[in-house]
Design a protein around this ligand. Sequence first.
Ligand SMILES: O=P(O)(O)OC[C@H]1O[C@H](OP(=O)(O)OP(=O)(O)O)[C@H](O)[C@@H]1O
Ligand SMILES: NC(=O)CC[C@H](N)C(=O)O
Ligand code: SF4
Ligand SMILES: [Mg+2]
Length: 462
Amino acid sequence: MFCGIDKFKEECGVFGIFLNDYKDVASLVYYGLFALQHRGQESAGMVIYNGKDFYIKKDVGLVGEVFDENFLNIKGFSAIGHVRYSTTGGNKKENAQPLFNNIAVAHNGNLVNADVLRKFLKEEGFAFQTSIDTEVILNLIIRYLKDGIEKAVFNAVEKIKGSYSILILTEDKLIGIRDPNGIRPLCIGKIDKGFVLSSESCALSAVGAEFIRDVEPGEMVVINKDGLKSIKLFKETQLRTCVFEYIYFARPDSVIDGLSVYESRVKAGIQLYKEAPLNADIVVGVPDSGTFAAVGYSQASNIPYGIGFVKNKYIGRTFIEPKSEFRDKLVLIKLNPLKENIFGKRVVLVDDSIVRGTTMKMLVNLLKRAGAKEVHVRIASPVVAYPCYFGIDTPYRKELIGATMTLDQIKDNIGADSLAFLSIDGLLKSLNREGFCLGCFNGLYPVCAPLNIDKFQFEREN
Ligand SMILES: O=P(O)(O)OC[C@H]1O[C@H](OP(=O)(O)OP(=O)(O)O)[C@H](O)[C@@H]1O
Ligand SMILES: NC(=O)CC[C@H](N)C(=O)O
Ligand code: SF4
Ligand SMILES: [Mg+2]
């Protein structure tokens, strides 16, 4: 798959629908998952309920590859779907979500105490079919199911720690839960005589649903034929949305917890100019996610924005990575500099983030070879110096360029004429509110993070 773990990987996306009519729920979830494809490209899956039976389809691959016409023609009342980027447990068919055992569960996030709970459940006789943390959630719910699904969910979330936006599908209910810190997004939409739950609002538009609101941190929403009810699962909650959703992960046409992702990126670019101004001839953004901050930097500086790179639009994230000496040069087939705009110019090169620094090093080099007189790098987020434990597959700390080098060393390493990152204060100013997880920038996480993290910890047990 694309690039191995050499940068922050996306997370997962969940999408669910509950209708009072017997309709094409499979197609609707398919469209929803398509709109969330950027959140996970390893595997996809869906569970449909037609009033009598559950139908399940999941596999490794993209949304467009996993579901066939026969499956998508199944009609029903409700369905949930998932796109996965693995954080606990490898990328294989058994680990694809939703998980199913009379109820279906789809999870975005990562548990930090899955190991203890898995051991506890195994001692109680629960069998595990997968090596993912999500199965702990499913088995905990099943353990308490005799008291009814709502009570079972309540008891299960009391035990799990970490980040989770979860969808649960039963014969008569669609349930959505967001962890007490609201680390991963989840929102509610209205469609015909029913409701939609989605990781991001961009997927609501894809099915013609109308955005109602975000699920609150620590809230459970239960949807059935009588409508939607809300239950508070925790006494104490706080909003700590992952700030990287705004910086890089989420689609720019989504609005998360009241903030437009697009606007937050443009504003980060404006703030970046205020903190690190300079004179130059052209502002260039790194496609895709660096583009918006570049527009902001250009607006604030009055330096014209120009296209600096042409991106090969067929380079999906499923690009097979050849195990060859050219591995490091993958970016060359993704982005090609536009000499006409670059030659002889002082360029401000803006990207949303630097993780390992491999992308930026090559892009600076490409611009210089295309005749740029100077290349000044501006990054619209602070230095990533700590890993993430909450649903992002991060490189180890020693592989983060910001954890091992000073600013000057990074500048020299990537070959830039100057380099500046947005400060944490500046980032918060551009977002214009508080209530974020900033763990990968300051090492302070909303939930105690484990000392050792091993994505494949359960692989060896099965
Ligand atoms: O420092 P690095 O480890 O090289 O990673 C940082 C780069 O990775 C991301 O882009 P990515 O290529 O994943 O996707 P994009 O096209 O959506 O921006 C991010 O936007 C940076 O450009
Ligand atoms: N990226 C995610 O949200 C992953 C969800 C879950 N931890 C898994 O590995 O499947
Ligand atoms: S550590 Fe970083 S990537 Fe992980 S949830 Fe917090 S802000 Fe997001
Ligand atoms: Mg990028």
